[in-house]
Design a protein around this ligand. Structure first.
Ligand code: NDP
Length: 519
C-alpha cells in the first residue's frame, strides 16, 4: 500500500468494557463499578494526545534484505502485517523460503571472509557508533513504526524500546576494539556467520540485543524477525544502508518459522541465538544438536514479584503494575505472579485495585495510553483461554471497569486472587496483562513459592530491609532479581535465565562472550 494509503481511521473507537467482553471471558459481576477517580469517564479524564504518524512512510510491499539489497522472495509469496490496534493491514511482507535463507547465509559468509573479518576492530566500532547515532536521529520514525506494527504504547516504544536499542549499539561499539579485555589471557575470535531468530514483543530491541554484540565481536548476521512485527527490522535494513555497512554483514530474512529453522540448522551458521517460546527453543536445540554450534536461548518466564509487609506499599504497587502491565504483559520477564505477605494482603490488594482502575487502555498512539493492543489475534485467544482456565479452576477474577476500543485486540487488565500454586495461571506463561496473586507468611515460604516454577528468568523483591534483599535474592533461582524496582534494563547488565527460561546471557560483557570463541 502506498504511503498515501496508510490507514487513516487508525484511532480505535471506544466502547464500554462490558460491551467488549467477548475478548475477556470474565463474568460481568467481576468487573468493578466505574471509579470516581481519574479513570475512564470522570471529568478528570485525560484529553487525547495522539502521536502523529506523518513521519512514517509505510510502503505497500517489502522485500528481503540480502547482501545489502532488497530482493523479492524466491517463492514470490507475501504475508500481511497488521496494525493490532485497528486490525487494518499495514504492508505486504516477503515470505522468505529456505532458498532465500541459503542466499542470505552465502552473502553473510562471503562478507565475513572478504570484508568484516579483515577490518580493523576500530573500523567495525565506527559502523556500530554510526548505527546508534542514526537510530537516535530517526527515533521518532522507529517509535511510531514499532507502535503501529506491535500495538505497544507509543510512550514505551519512544522512551524504552528505541533509546535502549540505540544504547546497545553504542555500548557494544565500545567493546569492538577491546575484545581481549573481555576474555583475559585468551585470543578472542569471531564465530563467523550467526543465525538469529527474534520474537514480536520487543521487535527492534531484540534485534539490537542480537545484532550489536554479534557485529562488535566480528561476526556477520542473518536474522529472522517475527511474522507479526517485521517493520522495524526492515527499517533497520535502511539504517544499515545509510550507515554504509558493507554488503552482506547484516541480512534480514522475513518468513515463517520453517525459514528460521533453515537459517539456524545451516552448517555454515556457527552460532545461533533465539528469543521466544520455550517450545520453539526446544525445537531449535534439538534441530542443531550435535552440530557443535554455539547456542543461546532466551525463553519464557513466570516471575514472582514478592512484596514483604515492611515494603513501601505505594511504591510496591507501582512496581507490581509496571511489572505486569508494561507492554501489555507480553514480556518474558513480566512479574506475572504477585507474592504478597498475608499480613498486608488485604490492604495491598485494595491499593492495587485502585491503581488498576486508573490505567488507561486504548489507542497505542495516544501518549497517555498505559496499555495498548495485544500483538495478534492468536495471542489474544491464548490469553483468553488461560484466563478462562483460572476462573474454571476456582481463582477469583477482578477487572477494572475501563473502556475498550471496539476494534483491535485489547484485553482488560486482570487480577486473580485465591490462586493455588497448581492452577495453570500460576504455572504457565500467559504473556498478557494478567496477574496471579498468591499469599505467604514467612520469608522461607516466599522463597519456596517463588522458586516453585519450571522457569527462572526474573524476580522482584519489595522490602525496606537490605539484609532481607540479600538473603532472598541469593536464594531465588532467577537470572535477574530486581529489588524495590522492576523491569529495569541496561546494556551493561547481563540478562538471561535458568531452567526452562533458557541459557546463556545477553547484555554486558557476558553477552559478548556468546559471540566469541576464545583460544
Ligand atoms: P514463537 O516462539 O513461536 O516465536 C518466536 C520466533 O520464533 C518468531 O520469529 C517465530 O517466527 C520463530 N519460530 C517459530 N517457529 C520456529 C521454528 N520451528 N524454528 C525457528 N523459528 C521459529 O512465539 P509465539 O509467537 O508462538 O508465541 C507463543 C508464546 O511464546 C507466547 O504466548 C509467549 O508465552 C511465548 N513467547 C515468549 C517470548 C519471550 O520473549 N520469551 C517472546 C514471544 C513469545 P514466526 O513469527 O514466523 O512464527
Amino acid at each position: 500500500m502506498p504511503s498515501d494509503q496508510t490507514p487513516k481511521s487508525a484511532a480505535p473507537r471506544r466502547t464500554t468494557a462490558r460491551a467488549a467482553s467477548v475478548t475477556t471471558p470474565a463474568p460481568a459481576a467481576t468487573v468493578a463499578p466505574a471509579s470516581s477517580g481519574l479513570a475512564g469517564n470522570s471529568p478528570w479524564a485525560y484529553a487525547p494526545a495522539p502521536e502523529s504518524r506523518e513521519i512514517v512512510t509505510i510502503r505497500q510491499r517489502y522485500g528481503l534484505f540480502i547482501d545489502g539489497k532488497e530482493r523479492a522472495p524466491s517463492g514470490g509469496e507475501v504475508t500481511i502485517t497488521y496494525n493490532p490496534a485497528t486490525e487494518e493491514p499495514l504492508a505486504e511482507i516477503a515470505k522468505g523460503t529456505p532458498a532465500d535463507a541459503d542466499r542470505a547465509i552465502e552473502a553473510a559468509d562471503r562478507a565475513y571472509r572478504k570484508v568484516w573479518s579483515k577490518l580493523h576492530p576500530r573500523e567495525r566500532a565506527k559502523y556500530l557508533y554510526r548505527i546508534s547515532r542514526i537510530l537516535q536521529e530517526r527515533s521518532r520514525e522507529f517509535a511510531v513504526t514499532e507502535t503501529m506494527d506491535s500495538g505497544k504504547p507509543i510512550r514505551e516504544s519512544r522512551d524504552v524500546d528505541v533509546p535502549l536499542a540505540a544504547a546497545h549499539f553504542w555500548y557494544y561499539a565500545g567493546w569492538a576494539d577491546k575484545l581481549e579485555y573481555a576474555v583475559p589471557g585468551r585470543r578472542p575470535e569471531a564465530h563467523g556467520v550467526v543465525g538469529q531468530v527474534i520474537p514480536w514483543n520487543f521487535p527492534l530491541l531484540m534485534l539490537a540485543w542480537k545484532i550489536a554484540p554479534a557485529l562488535a565481536a566480528g561476526n556477520t548476521v542473518v536474522l529472522k524477525p517475527a511474522s507479526t512485527t517485521p517493520l522495524t527490522a526492515l527499517l533497520f535494513a535502511d539504517v544499515c544502508r545509510q550507515a554504509e555497512l558493507p554488503d552482506g554483514v547484516v541480512n534480514i530474512v522475513t518468513g515463517p518459522g520453517s525459514t528460521g529453522m533453515s537459517i539456524v540448522t545451516d552448517p555454515r551458521v556457527a552460532k545461533v541465538a533465539f528469543t521466544g517460546s520455550t517450545s520453539v527453543g526446544v525445537t531449535i536445540a534439538k534441530g542443531i544438536a550435535g552440530q557443535g554450534k554455539g547456542l543461546t536461548l532466551e525463553l519464557g518466564g513466570k516471575a514472582a514479584n514478592i512484596v514483604f509487609e515492611d515494603a513501601a506499599l505505594d511504591q510496591a504497587v507501582e512496581g507490581v503494575v509496571n511489572g505486569i502491565f508494561f507492554n501489555q504483559g507480553e514480556v518474558c520477564c513480566a512479574g506475572s505472579r504477585l507474592l504478597v505477605q498475608e499480613s498486608i494482603a488485604e490492604e495491598f490488594l485494595a491499593r492495587l485495585r485502585d491503581r488498576m482502575s486508573m490505567l488507561r487502555i486504548g489507542d497505542p498512539m495516544d501518549k497517555n495510553t498505559d496499555i495498548g493492543a495485544i500483538n495478534s489475534k492468536a495471542q489474544m485467544e491464548s490469553i483468553g483461554e488461560l484466563v478462562a482456565s483460572g476462573v474454571a479452576e476456582g481463582a477469583q477474577i477482578w477487572q477494572p471497569a475501563c473502556d475498550l476500543p471496539t476494534r483491535g485486540w485489547f484485553f482488560r487488565p486482570t487480577l486473580f486472587t485465591n490462586v493455588a500454586q497448581s492452577h495453570r495461571i500460576a504455572r504457565e506463561e500467559i504473556f498478557g496483562p494478567v496477574l496471579a496473586t498468591i499469599t505467604f507468611r514467612t520469608v522461607a515460604e516466599a522463597i519456596e513459592k517463588a522458586n516453585n516454577t519450571a522457569y527462572g528468568l526474573s524476580a522482584g523483591i519489595w522490602t525496606e530491609k537490605g539484609s532481607r534483599i540479600l538473603q532472598v535474592a541469593s536464594a531465588l533461582k532467577a537470572g535477574v532479581v530486581w529489588a524495590n524496582t522492576f523491569n529495569r534494563f541496561d546494556p551493561t547488565a547481563p540478562f538471561g535465565g535458568y531452567k526452562e527460561s533458557g541459557y546463556g546471557r545477553e547484555g554486558g560483557m557476558q553477552g559478548l562472550h556468546a559471540y566469541l570463541r576464545s583460544s
